[in-house]
Design a protein around this ligand. Structure first.
Ligand code: SF4
Length: 387
């Protein structure tokens, strides 16, 4: 089959599941506009409403101490470095109070793998936060942080997750997936562990009923085949979760690696230059393929922090159905060179409305919430009828 045959087959009311080989072919060869168009049709088949969701939340990066040394990370500091910090319960709670004042519904709290924090530090923090802020979803940590806590306390990752959940944690965001291809992982963050490890910890979180999302950072010099392999690992795991009656991943979120202020970005200089990161059109291609590939994940999120609000807006017409979240004080990705660390609810409503959709505020599990329309497009009066 040619790429156009594959694209054609994806427009039918009951499109066949895209195989790995077909996904690689359209990734490499399909004309971008056609790909975006078909991804948009698929999005309308999967989510019939003319709505795009967004979340009002806050990122909290509770510690920058980390021993993992990912080459693309500009955020972490090794133990003993003069710039290390760990936030107190009071500092974190104050940030959540600020979020509550603007109608936010969740925090995304992530940090480094800090060997000085015992399990009780995390459970005490979660208990206190869930007591003080009962209406805020606490989506916290990532598989590598869970493994770090397990190493410190000598329990299994499942036991750690169980204790964190009992203390008040609502979700485990899918940070740290990057590329679920071991050759790539060994190249960019050898201490982070295998793809199997990430999938195992996320699967444990799903078994415990925690909210989970699947992420994907790309642009490390990997091939389209590697990128589709990443998607295939996620799709396979999602099949398993659904067959066992679980929700699985709520969404798939991808973005290109950022190259400022980290040793990985320096590889892009000099005579052995390899093309790293991704252009806007490559990002849109990636997102469109992900929409077609994931027939079992309902929500595909546009990434404004790395691509900018304008490209995220185009993504809403090329397969994405969610504009992401306000973030309010993102520190990890922005340390590697993004221009913005937060967007207001007004800005998200504006890009959604200007793309022709109705903005809908949601929570972490994609339940719709009441919200004031902050941005309205004035209806354009039809031209007068003339005989
Ligand atoms: S990406 Fe996360 S795990 Fe890797 S060095 Fe940065 S903080 Fe540590």
């Amino acid at each position: 089959m040619s790429w156009s045959d594959i694209i054609e087959s994806q427009i039918s009311p009951n499109p066949p599941r895209l195989t790995v080989e077909e996904a690689i072919l359209i990734y490499e060869e399909a004309e971008l506009n056609e790909l975006l168009h078909v991804a948009h049709i698929r999005r309308k088949q999967m989510i019939r409403d003319n709505e795009v969701t967004y979340l009002v939340d806050r990122n909290i990066n509770y510690t920058n101490v980390c021993t993992i040394n990912c080459q693309f990370c500009s955020f972490y500091r090794p133990p003993g470095h003069p710039e290390v910090y760990t936030q107190s319960v009071e500092q974190i709670s104050e940030r959540i109070s600020e979020l509550e004042k603007i109608g936010g519904s969740r925090i995304l709290m992530q940090g480094g793998v800090n060997p000085d924090l015992p399990l009780s530090w995390y459970t005490d923090l979660l208990s206190e936060l869930s007591h003080r802020h009962p209406d805020i979803d606490l989506d916290c940590f990532s598989p590598i942080e869970i493994e770090g806590i397990a190493d410190v306390c000598g329990l299994s990752t499942f036991e750690v997750l169980s204790k964190l959940k009992a203390a008040g944690m609502d979700g485990l965001p899918g940070g740290g997936a990057e590329m679920l291809v071991d050759d790539v992982r060994m190249d960019i963050s050898p201490l982070k562990g295998s793809a199997d490890n990430w999938l195992r910890v996320m699967g444990e979180a799903q078994k415990l009923g925690l909210t989970t999302s699947a992420t994907n950072v790309f642009g490390f010099g990997e091939t389209p085949s590697n990128r589709v392999e990443h998607m295939d690992r996620i799709r396979e795991m999602q099949d398993g979760a659904i067959s066992e009656g679980r929700m699985g991943f709520t969404s798939f979120i991808s973005w290109p690696v950022q190259l400022e202020n980290n040793s990985f970005g320096k590889r892009n200089r000099g005579s052995n230059r390899v093309e790293l990161g991704a252009s806007s059109s490559e990002y849109l291609r990636h997102l469109a393929v992900s929409r077609l590939f994931f027939d079992n994940i309902r929500h595909i999120q546009a990434s404004w922090p790395t691509m900018g609000l304008e490209v995220a807006q185009i993504a809403l017409l090329g397969g994405a159905d969610d504009a992401g979240s306000t973030m309010m004080e993102e520190n990890v990705v922005s340390a590697s060179g993004t221009d913005r660390t937060e967007a207001s609810e007004f800005e998200l409503q504006r890009i959604i409305s200007m793309a022709g959709f109705i903005p809908r505020k949601r929570d972490s599990r994609y339940n719709l919430l009441e919200a004031t329309r902050l941005f309205e497009i004035e209806a354009v009066a039809p031209p007068p009828f003339q005989n």
